[in-house]
Design a protein around this ligand. Structure first.
Ligand SMILES: *[C@@H]1O[C@H](CO)[C@@H](O)[C@H](O)[C@H]1NC(C)=O
Ligand SMILES: *[C@@H]1O[C@H](CO)[C@@H](O)[C@H](O)[C@H]1NC(C)=O
Ligand SMILES: *[C@@H]1O[C@H](CO)[C@@H](O)[C@H](O)[C@H]1NC(C)=O
Ligand SMILES: *[C@@H]1O[C@H](CO)[C@@H](O)[C@H](O)[C@H]1NC(C)=O
Ligand SMILES: *[C@@H]1O[C@H](CO)[C@@H](O)[C@H](O)[C@H]1NC(C)=O
Ligand SMILES: *[C@@H]1O[C@H](CO)[C@@H](O)[C@H](O)[C@H]1NC(C)=O
Ligand SMILES: *[C@@H]1O[C@H](CO)[C@@H](O)[C@H](O)[C@H]1NC(C)=O
Length: 349
């Protein structure tokens, strides 16, 4: 994909809310091109969620994944963490730009094991051919919470998390309309968070901590304006519950809420992708895979390893994952590489 910046307009919007000072700093690369299609597509829960779940039942270790397209995403993609597909002509990618690395303490200090480092969270919009439409920086310089995690789309809002880039730290959950990319902080929590999903039917959000070892769930009715009026140093209501993730097959990075599934007695189900480093030293290898997970119990309902790698050797499921059903077949959308990324569209045969 050649770089074709037809119009480069730089718009800087600093939006000060009464509570969190949310920063939105957007570079628009294609003037007069909407960030999101109108009307917005349905969420997976309201459209193809049960079809994705049905097709997942046919997958196994020997599934042949056919390469449908490799789409080169224009510009710097930093470290892609999550992806939402808004129909065939829009992708929104959550990404982390690291400007100063975290340094290991080689000890536990204040409950964590490394320095804060520094960086920025991004939401980047691409069209179906990989041309960049806009790049929004949604954190401010100096924020210690700058790690944007996986993202989900509920039919109206994108949901994401911005955390410190270290375990056992702090994070906040935000939502943003895809038309504006303006992050609205929803709650602040004293653990690292990523891989958030929103169950519209119960109005609960569930997010995963470092390594997806825990899932914390909040009822959004409990998160009121009083919290939003509080300062950034204060934390929100504790979660309604914290569930230990019993699966150690992979660490989930990016999840998509698929709805309350007929296949699983109406349980709320999400699709997650991720990897795990297995072993250490010379024997270490990376296992990639996908899973269907019961959002309320974190019990895996189906798990399939995927050994595919990008042309640069990165496991395809390392971070962003999306899914769709085309002509009765399951497609995955994977964006593994850092900085200059290719979207791998793979179809289960
Ligand atoms: C921890 O160990 C690593 C590797 O030996 C080193 O690079 C790093 O500087 C050490 N961190 C501290 C805070 O000493
Ligand atoms: C640990 O916490 C204390 C108290 O908040 C603080 O003074 C100190 O700088 C922290 N240490 C590190 C390494 O961040
Ligand atoms: C984070 O906290 C958990 C639970 O207390 C603990 O098992 C783990 O070792 C901690 N991780 C680090 C890196 O300190
Ligand atoms: C906008 O974000 C970029 C990082 O993408 C940063 O370098 C720049 O300083 C930001 N501008 C402001 C005013 O915060
Ligand atoms: C997960 O949550 C449980 C319950 O709050 C807690 O005991 C445990 O330390 C947490 N584990 C990690 C790795 O954060
Ligand atoms: C995508 O790239 C891979 C190499 O990583 C290649 O094997 C595959 O054929 C390509 N697919 C298409 C549709 O060009
Ligand atoms: C991506 O770019 C950053 C900043 O230039 C660099 O530190 C990092 O090593 C790059 N990552 C890869 C996988 O090339």
């Amino acid at each position: 994909m050649p770089f074709k910046h037809t119009t480069t307009a730089s718009i800087l919007l600093i939006l000060l809310s009464t509570s969190f000072v949310s920063a939105l700093n957007i570079t628009v690369y294609q003037a007069n091109v909407a960030f999101a299609p109108l009307p917005l597509p349905y969420s997976h829960a309201d459209s193809d969620g049960d079809d994705i779940i049905a097709l997942f039942q046919n997958l196994g270790r020997n599934t042949v994944w056919k390469s449908i397209a490799n789409i080169s995403f224009e510009g710097d993609t930093f470290e892609p963490e999550g992806i939402v597909r808004l129909g065939p002509d829009r992708y929104i990618v959550s990404a982390g730009q690291w400007t100063e690395p975290t340094v290991p303490y080689n000890a536990t200090i204040n409950g964590t094991d490394r320095s804060t480092g520094a960086g920025f969270s991004h939401l980047i919009v691409f069209d179906g051919e990989g041309s960049r439409i806009a790049d929004a920086t949604i954190t401010r310089r100096g924020d210690i919470e700058y790690h944007n995690g996986g993202i989900d789309f509920d039919g109206k809002y994108l949901w994401g998390t911005i955390a410190q880039y270290r375990p056992n730290s702090t994070a906040y959950v935000y939502k943003a309309r895809p038309e504006t990319l303006e992050p609205e902080p929803i709650l602040h929590y004293n653990d690292h968070l990523g891989g958030v999903v929103h169950d519209v039917q119960t109005d609960r959000i569930t997010a995963l901590n470092w390594g997806s070892r825990n899932a914390s769930t909040w009822d959004l009715d409990d998160i009121n304006d009083e919290y939003r009026a509080s300062s950034t140093s204060e934390y929100t209501e504790p979660p309604e519950k914290i569930v230990r993730n019993p699966s150690h097959f992979i660490d989930y990075q990016d999840c998509k809420f698929l709805g309350h599934s007929k296949h699983y007695q109406n349980r709320p189900v999400m699709l997650c992708g991720g990897i795990a480093a297995i072993g250490s030293g010379d024997d270490a290898f990376y296992l990639g895979g996908i899973a269907l997970v019961d959002v309320t119990t974190m019990l895996p309902l189906g798990e399939v390893p995927i050994a595919l790698r990008s042309a640069l050797g990165i496991p395809l499921t390392v971070n962003p994952i999306e899914a769709s059903v085309e002509n009765g077949k399951l497609r995955l959308y994977l964006l593994p590489d850092q900085n200059h990324s290719t979207l791998y569209i793979m179809e289960a045969q």
